[in-house]
Design a binder for this molecule. Structure first.
Ligand code: SF4
Length: 324
């Protein structure tokens, strides 16, 4: 079993919006294993993006991390790093691939300038070394360097721009890459091609990947492990083969039942009743209880914590032995 590259302990992130205090991440304790592809999944607004920003130290100015949290990256607590050390961490040890590549790249600079500026800004190297590194990284994402380096972003297809962003994330050979919906808005064939590239990067370089997505098909395609978030809390952490065949948490089961099927009645799907809660006014006890088909009275009274259930960790009173 690989050790966690990143171990998050008791992380709560709040922010204030128009006088209301929101809790998009609450009491999260979670490990991301070294060399593993983890899909962090959940509906929009479940806290995935805030958790990601917390990991990279890019939270909005009105956010606050509650005392008592730790975020251990290979043993170093990221929450104790200075802003400058965190800036170095962001490119050299962990990087991010954003969705909507068109917006993430500068429209007025050629790809070569964007890659080289990033390299020279973060690593001591000569211009020829930076040029060579940029070419190598484009090769790793199967792009023709001669053509792409001289192009402006608008001269590339959506799939090519997304691959440029992956090349950019690889520039400093980070141990961890976070990918935020990396294939949203791409056609299915391009999506598969990008998944192939990500798998090759993971296999060849041993990079740990965190795929942040609401797309279960993308998670099924790539992930070794699945973490399910709901209303700022972790509901389940399971090996992918368990999650997609025998999910344990009622919310995970609901997510899978809501997917359209490819065989039999293709219209048959069963959306989860109700809506995710307001993050400034969450339900008591288990945050999922108003939508849970098997909720009992304890679910309204007590918050369940992640506890073992076979190969999984699950926060549910009825599916795990909860500590007294
Ligand atoms: Fe449903 Fe209760 Fe489990 Fe929450 S704790 S998921 S409400 S059974």
């Amino acid at each position: 079993m690989q050790q966690p590259l990143l171990q998050i302990k008791n992380l709560t992130i709040s922010y204030t919006l128009r006088g209301r205090k929101l809790l998009p991440v609450e009491a999260v304790s979670l490990g991301f294993r070294q060399g593993c592809i983890t899909a962090l999944i959940g509906e929009s607004g479940c806290g995935k993006s805030t958790l990601t920003a917390g990991i990279l130290g890019t939270l909005a100015a009105n956010s606050r991390i509650a005392p008592g949290a730790q975020m251990l990256f290979n043993g170093t607590d990221l929450l104790t790093l200075s802003p400058e050390a965190m800036r170095r961490f962001r490119w050299q040890r962990a990087s991010m691939v954003f969705q909507a590549a068109q917006n993430a790249l500068s429209p007025t600079l050629r790809i070569e300038e964007q890659l080289i500026d990033t390299l020279l800004d973060h690593q001591a190297m000569s211009l020829p070394e930076a040029r060579l590194r940029a070419r190598e990284r484009l090769g790793q994402v199967r792009l023709e360097a001669d053509r792409v380096l001289q192009a402006f972003p608008h001269q590339l297809s959506g799939g090519m721009r997304q691959r440029v962003l992956i090349a950019m994330a690889l520039l400093m050979e980070p141990e961890l890459i976070l990918l935020d919906e990396p294939t949203t808005a791409l056609d299915v064939i391009t999506q598969r091609y990008i998944f192939d590239i990500l798998r090759a990067i993971h296999t060849d370089l041993g990079t740990t990947l965190i795929l942040i997505t609401h797309d279960l098909a993308a998670a099924a395609e790539l992930a070794d492990e699945v973490v399910v978030m709901y209303a700022g809390r972790i509901m389940e952490q399971s090996p992918a083969h368990v999650f997609f065949h025998e999910p344990v948490h009622p919310y995970s089961q609901g997510l899978l039942r809501a997917l359209p099927t490819l065989v039999g009645d293709t219209q048959q799907r069963e959306p989860i009743a109700g809506h995710p809660p307001d993050l400034s006014d969450k339900p008591s006890g288990c945050v999922f209880h108003p939508r849970c088909p098997i909720a009992e009275s304890i679910c309204r009274e007590k918050i369940p914590v992640l506890a073992p259930a076979g190969e999984s960790y699950v926060a549910c009173h009825l599916r795990t032995e909860q500590p007294q």
